[in-house]
Design a protein around this ligand. Structure first.
Ligand code: ADP
Ligand code: MG
Length: 323
């Protein structure tokens, strides 16, 4: 029975990046406005996430590490409610099954906080301690008890690179949250949380890219788009820089991807992909979501319209400038 749990857990959290993603989503769900992420050895030996969110009440701590049976999300409306990044109710239990977890948490209204230790899914201790409000989760020695899963991990440098890519996207998708990303005791990424996307793009991609960006904006009652698109001169050999966010989430949708790429086509060499960082706000009633155990698929009901809006916005902006 334990083995089955461990294998299942390995599928939910297949590498440090997945652990970091789940823990940050929990911090965001808890209303954090500042989140610090630290990793050592690519996150394999050490991951620490500190947030200033709601904290967890003493009686809820062990429950948080139990798999809850039902999904919180049934409709697209649920998905885009503020407190709905977590939807499977199995992240903490899965992570704790395959690592050594230390949780330190305090609710603002509580006089003291708590430290909880759970290793390989086994509770070790729950004690009262003094600590600031919010939650810190430390995940040590990922897959220490499942050597077969550990073998699938790449080098520390490669794993750190995956976490770094994730952090860039998370920072871009939540410009209102202040993030700090620390690798082997050195600050790698930092954001102010003051909603300044241009500053974030500058920080992540540097001056050469940020001076080649055009601001774009579209407003209608059901759909708004804001953000930046790169001039064709900074096109790339892959889609890694073709980013867009729908209602605060980094989600792929083939209609939007197609609209972006078609709009760039007349301006771009073959086999090149644009740089974009676009923020969509779409009325959730126009969205449909399929939730699978591992991934989410977003469908836009009026895809035609979103395609045309995106295509025209980009094409007009690229045509206007002398490039
Ligand atoms: P889910 O996010 O799908 O509910 P998780 O296993 O990720 O499932 O988390 C379980 C529960 O633990 C959350 O629903 C939340 O109540 C609590 N929790 C986890 N992380 C935090 C955090 N950083 N701050 C406050 N509460 C948290
Ligand atoms: Mg969660």
């Amino acid at each position: 029975e334990n083995t089955i749990n461990h294998i299942a857990a390995g599928e939910v959290v297949e590498r440090p990046k997945a652990v970091v993603k789940e823990l940050i989503e929990n911090a965001i769900d808890a209303g954090a406005s500042a989140i610090t992420v630290e990793i050592k050895e690519g996150g394999i030996s050490f991951i620490r996430i500190t947030d200033n969110g709601s904290g967890i009440a003493k009686e809820d701590i062990p429950l948080a590490f139990m798999r809850h049976a039902t999904s919180k999300i049934k409709t697209a409306e649920d998905l885009f409610l503020v407190n709905s990044l977590g939807f499977r109710g199995e992240a903490l239990s899965s992570i704790a099954a395959v690592s050594q977890v230390e949780l330190i948490t305090k609710q603002a209204a509580s006089l003291n906080g708590y430290r909880y230790i759970i290793e390989g899914g086994e509770e070790k201790s729950l004690e009262e301690i003094g600590c600031p409000s919010g939650t810190t989760i430390i995940v040590r020695n990922l897959f220490y008890n499942t050597p077969a899963r550990r073998k699938f991990l790449k080098s520390a440098t490669t794993e750190a690179g995956y976490v770094n890519d994730l952090m860039e996207r998370l920072i871009l998708s939540h410009p209102g949250i202040s993030f700090r990303f620390i690798v082997n005791n050195q600050v790698r990424l930092q954001s102010s949380g003051n909603n300044n996307v241009k500053d974030i793009l500058y920080h992540i991609y540097g001056r050469d890219i940020s001076k080649e960006l055009l601001p774009v904006e579209f407003n209608s009652p059901d759909i708004t788009i804001k953000g930046y698109i790169g001039k064709p001169t900074i096109s790339r050999g892959n889609r890694n820089f073709e980013n867009y966010f729908i209602n605060g989430r980094y989600i792929k949708n083939h209609i939007i991807t197609k609209a972006i790429e078609e709009a760039y086509k007349p301006f771009m060499m073959q086999h090149k992909y644009p740089f974009t960082s676009l923020y969509y706000e779409i009325n959730p009633s126009l969205l449909d979501v399929n939730v699978h155990p591992q991934k989410m698929e977003l469908k836009i009901n009026n895809g035609e319209q979103v395609y045309q809006i995106t295509y025209n916005l980009i094409k007009d902006s690229l045509s206007k400038k002398e490039l």
